[in-house]
Design a protein around this ligand. Structure first.
Ligand code: KIV
Length: 273
């Protein structure tokens, strides 16, 4: 094992993530929302598990991330935390639980940390949520930022297309990244922005920058685990690399089970008491 690797690390921390950026070791991050999946993802050696509010889409079948509640996020997060030995667990504060004011933001962050046992929270936005970010950080809660395509603002954007292609939006995104760094965030997610801009952000700020649809010149990558596994087949953005076709495997397995039950082949004598 190389000395320039976090593979031997027993527990990933914000400090280790920063060291990884400093020495150029890429950070791996995936979502998980339940105990069984989180256990496999952690056993595989992932650095960060994100209990994303994409649970709203993937687990609950909503069209957007907006409906998921703080209680539901805490339920998912505590299931994940129970499974994890090594990964750093970050939880999205859901829409409507931090935008109102910094007191509400702090209360939501504290509930997540206290009730789920997670290690950090993630918020979407820059300058407009600065006060909340500062307040949460001052309570000792690590904060991950999220800029670019921020799905909680989907009705403002109108589409899920690439963000910050225009100079003014690119400039604001860079400024927001600097603000999040100055506030003390330990990392920033950049979603669906031009690779050139993402590279500039990663070079400008000293904290780790994790991309999704933001090219390869950032400090790490994140994907939604169900997309990577091919469980969800409807969502095929250009940035997604599908590493398995679990939907086909599952359909075949379920089909075989149904057939065996109908044919009275299952259970057989060995499978009975
Ligand atoms: O909720 C989520 O899964 C996310 C990732 C796409 C970064 O925020």
């Amino acid at each position: 094992m190389s000395v320039h690797s976090s593979a031997s690390v027993k527990r990933i921390t914000t400090h280790i993530l920063q060291e990884m950026k400093n020495r150029g070791e890429k950070i791996s991050m995936l979502t998980a929302y339940d105990f069984s999946m989180a256990k496999i993802v952690d056993d595989a050696g992932i650095d960060i598990i994100l209990v994303g509010d994409s649970a709203s889409n993937v687990m609950a079948g909503h069209e957007t991330t907006l409906p998921i509640t703080l209680d539901q996020m805490i339920y998912h997060a505590s299931s994940v935390v129970r499974a994890v030995n090594r990964a750093f667990v970050v939880v999205d504060i859901p829409f409507g639980s931090y935008q109102g004011n910094s007191t509400e933001a702090l209360r939501s962050a504290i509930r997540i940390m206290k009730e789920s046992g997670a290690h950090a929270i993630k918020v979407e936005g820059g300058a407009e949520i600065k006060e909340s970010v500062v307040r949460i950080l001052s309570a000792g809660v690590p904060v991950m930022g999220h800029l670019g395509l921020t799905p909680q603002s989907i009705y403002k954007f109108g589409t899920y297309s690439v963000r910050a292609k225009e100079e003014s939006e690119a400039q604001k995104l860079l400024e927001d990244a600097k603000i999040l760094e100055e506030c003390g965030c330990f990392a920033i997610v950049l979603e669906k922005i031009p690779a050139k801009l993402a590279k500039k952000v990663a070079e400008t700020v000293s904290i780790p920058v994790i991309g999704i649809g933001a090219g390869g010149d950032v400090d790490g990558q994140v994907l939604v685990v169900h997309d990577l596994l091919g469980i969800t087949q409807e969502f095929k953005p250009r940035f997604l690399r599908q590493y398995a076709d679990l939907q086909s495997i599952m359909l075949e397995a379920f089909g075989n089970y149904i057939k065996d039950v109908k044919n009275r082949d299952f259970p057989n004598e060995k499978e009975s008491y």
